[in-house]
Design a protein around this ligand. Structure first.
Ligand code: MN
Length: 753
């Protein structure tokens, strides 16, 4: 419904005027058409290069067919046509468009493209291939990834333009796909491509992508709007005609050259407005945006035109927006206003120059066309333009904005992400890693098992050392072996928290296994030598032997850095005979050792009020297991603090005379919450369910933890040893009572070795 009110010097832009051609019936005709369109749209156009690319493309895809049944090359040819006509930039992007699917879909590699068409084309093709992978996932949580990746690849914006052209053609030909693929493609387009197109200022592209997606995603609403608009079209055209007439006259009087059209709003934007305002199509007066496009380089003429319009129609002041002096974030410039038309309805008007209009429709491409050549045709784009373009795009992305698309990009701040790199799995999946990351980091990022078994890596097909620093764009594959385990220097090579944590954990697990091995070796040796040493003793002796502790000592044994014989000799020399005799019955097993930490709780102090107990280490004797409330005495040991025994303990009684000087009086502290190991001996008649009855009885007493129960039965009589953690003697007595009540239990008493 465009309506040209004056002879525009450059009226070739409406797509209706573009020569049409259907690719696919004759390769030579297709080529001729493409070349003529290239010459028409691009100022400097290397026809030889484009012809070579076209022939290469036809050859490379010769065995491929589109879902529609057409030869595959018609797709890249159409993408190239879009690049020529709708985003006209240069012949390099046309060539890249022709070759964009070659690497992914044919047997030709990026190397072939590079050899035949140079690095510039190859880089664009490579970038466009990688970007498709990034766009594939539509999880919104990944939005940040898209932004970051786009930015990392934005050094050549032609990558993005080729990708958009590719998507546009796929959307235009979406009908031949299955319903499921249509929906997936449409959703992805609506959620990712359209907002990005908007952000790049590719106005036409954004609207078309939105409408094409909308048609797939909500066909009923799309059709409804289409039908209603068709019904009101005549009416709308009449509105425009009547509205435009007096304006055209006045503008001409003032010597302005211009075009007025009433472009219907896009379906999707009408739909959104309907939802937002709760109105039907018929109730909406602003289905048309009236545009006055001035053929001038003088921006002031826009204000002149605005003045003329507002003399004829009453403007609505609050609707006036001056995007000329203050362009939108994406660079869009125009004057917007609404006026009350002859029949009392508001009409939206946009006033802009031809350059501004081109920019609104084609974004970045137009920006540079006009920069280099404000004349009628496209210009050649050189390296500095591209660089400037990249800067421009970065600026666009760096500015937070207010619309939905801008919100998507809002959190984006380039400088925050400069220390990240974007690398790819062999399948093209994107991984974001900190700058300086190595194949080890990459491997652990994939999976901890991949990391643990990593023996090497290939970056872009070449084997690299594991400390090789990855850079953005690298494609990394990890070589693994199931016999591999992490090395200690991996901790240094890895820089991510994830990798470091995994490596440390695996190394620790391994060490733990070696420690257990070492302890077994030691136990055998100690038995042979008749050494009865508990874990406390071993800790102390290991330190005396200049090891970090007993685990280091065991580890050294397991790894062979000391032989069992040498270790035995070393310890034997360190053992003091006196210390060994202090606790003659201290043959402690590993199980008891595990509870050492609990037993170290103080809970007790010296009776002597002048002495400080805070620095003394107390431990509870295993022979009699004292608990708070028991009468106790302490025996000062060599190197392991004061051992707490019950006063009645036979070991103390035996040693009493000899050890008089080492015996100290102790008192329980009032502190609560301690857990003390107590051993209880139970006897009674053996019957089924006895063990179960014992454990249930004990558990029924609050806050009781059972460490172990063993039952031996002979001749219908059982004897059981129960070890439990209790707070004090009172607690233990409650347990005794419960146990006494069990049917068949004869005796319950403290157990002493
Ligand atoms: Mn494609």
């Amino acid at each position: 419904m465009g309506r040209s009110a004056s002879k525009s010097s450059r009226s070739r832009r409406s797509s209706a005027e573009l020569p049409s051609h259907v690719f696919g019936s004759d390769v030579e005709q297709d080529l001729a058409f493409l070349l003529s369109e290239g010459r028409r749209n691009l100022a400097r156009f290397n026809a030889d290069l484009v012809e070579r690319a076209f022939r290469f493309c036809v050859k490379a895809h010769e065995k491929d067919v589109r879902v529609s049944g057409e030869p595959y090359y018609t797709h890249p040819a159409n993408v190239a046509l879009i690049v020529m006509r709708e985003l006209p930039l240069d012949d390099v992007s046309v060539v890249a468009a022709l070759l964009h699917d070659v690497v992914e879909d044919t047997s030709f590699s990026l190397k072939d493209v590079r050899a035949q068409f140079g690095a510039e084309v190859a880089d664009i093709v490579d970038g466009a291939t990688k970007i498709s992978d990034v766009f594939k996932s539509r999880e919104i949580t990944q939005a940040e990834n898209y932004r970051k990746l786009l930015l990392s690849l934005v050094n050549d914006v032609r990558v993005i333009l080729v990708k958009f052209a590719d998507r546009l053609h796929n959307m235009r030909t979406i009908d031949s796909l299955s319903r499921e693929r249509q929906e997936r493609l449409a959703r992805e387009t609506m959620e990712i491509y359209a907002p990005f197109a908007h952000r790049f200022g590719l106005g036409n592209m954004k609207w078309e992508l939105e409408d094409l997606s909308f048609k797939v995603l909500n066909p009923a609403a799309y059709e409804d709007i289409q039908q209603r608009l068709a019904k009101t079209r005549r009416e709308q055209e009449e509105i425009i005609r009547r509205f435009a007439e007096p304006i055209e006259e006045k503008l001409r009087e003032n010597g302005l050259t211009f075009e007025i059209n009433g472009r219907p709003k896009h379906f999707y934007s009408i739909y959104r407005k309907m939802l937002a305002q709760g109105k039907s199509v018929e109730e909406m007066y602003d289905l048309l945006a009236i545009r006055i496009i001035l053929d001038t380089e003088d921006n002031n003429e826009c204000f002149l035109a605005y003045g003329i319009v507002s003399e004829i129609y009453r403007p609505i002041p609050e609707r006036f927006k001056n995007f000329i002096s203050v362009p939108k974030k994406n660079g869009y410039q125009s004057l917007h206003t609404s006026v009350i038309s002859g029949d009392g309805k508001p009409l939206e008007i946009q006033i802009r120059t031809r350059a501004m209009h081109d920019f609104a429709e084609r974004g970045v491409a137009a920006h540079f066309r006009y920069k280099a050549d404000t004349g009628a045709t496209a210009s050649w784009v050189d390296a500095s333009d591209l660089e400037e373009w990249a800067t421009w795009v970065r600026d666009v992305f760096e500015n937070a904005g207010d619309t939905a698309a801008e919100e998507l990009l809002e959190s984006f701040k380039l400088n925050l992400y400069q220390d990240e790199i974007y690398v790819f799995t062999p399948k093209g999946e994107l991984r974001i890693l900190p700058k300086g990351a190595t194949p080890i980091d990459f491997a652990f990022d994939i999976h901890s098992q991949v990391g643990a078994r990593c023996i090497g890596a290939k970056v872009n097909g070449k084997i690299v050392p594991l400390d090789h620093e990855l850079i953005t764009g690298d494609q990394v594959s990890i070589l693994t072996s199931k016999n591999q385990t992490p090395h200690r220097d991996w901790e240094r090579i890895a820089i991510t928290h994830k990798a470091k944590t995994h490596i440390r954990r695996i190394l620790n697990e391994e060490r733990r296994a070696r420690v257990i091995e070492g302890k077994e070796l030691w136990d055998k040796r100690a038995k042979k030598l008749g050494l009865h040493l508990n874990e406390d003793d071993m800790e102390r002796l290991s330190v005396q032997a200049k090891y970090g502790g007993r685990t280091d000592f065991y580890f050294a044994l397991a790894t062979g850095s000391i032989t069992p014989e040498a270790a035995g000799e070393l310890i034997r020399q360190l053992v003091q005979p006196a210390a060994a005799k202090t606790e003659p019955h201290q043959a402690i097993n590993a199980d008891q050792f595990r509870t050492a930490a609990r037993d170290k709780q103080q809970g007790i102090h010296l009776k002597d009020p002048t002495a400080s107990s805070s620095k003394i280490m107390f431990s509870y004797a295993r022979c009699c297991n004292p608990v708070p409330g028991d009468a106790v005495v302490g025996i000062v040991t060599i190197g392991s603090g004061i051992k707490v025994h019950r006063s009645t303990c036979r070991n103390v009684a035996d040693l009493h005379d000899k050890l008089q000087s080492r015996i100290v009086d102790l008192e329980w502290s009032a502190a609560e919450g301690g857990e003390f190991l107590a051993a209880v001996k139970i006897t009674g008649e053996d019957r089924p369910g006895m063990l179960n009855d014992i454990t249930s009885a004990v558990v029924a007493v609050q806050k009781t933890n059972i460490r172990g129960v063993t039952i031996d039965a002979y001749d219908a009589v059982f004897e059981g040893i129960l070890t439990v953690y209790v707070a004090d003697l009172e607690h233990l007595k409650r347990i005794f009572e419960k146990l006494h009540r069990i049917k068949g239990v004869k005796s319950v008493e403290r157990f002493e070795e």
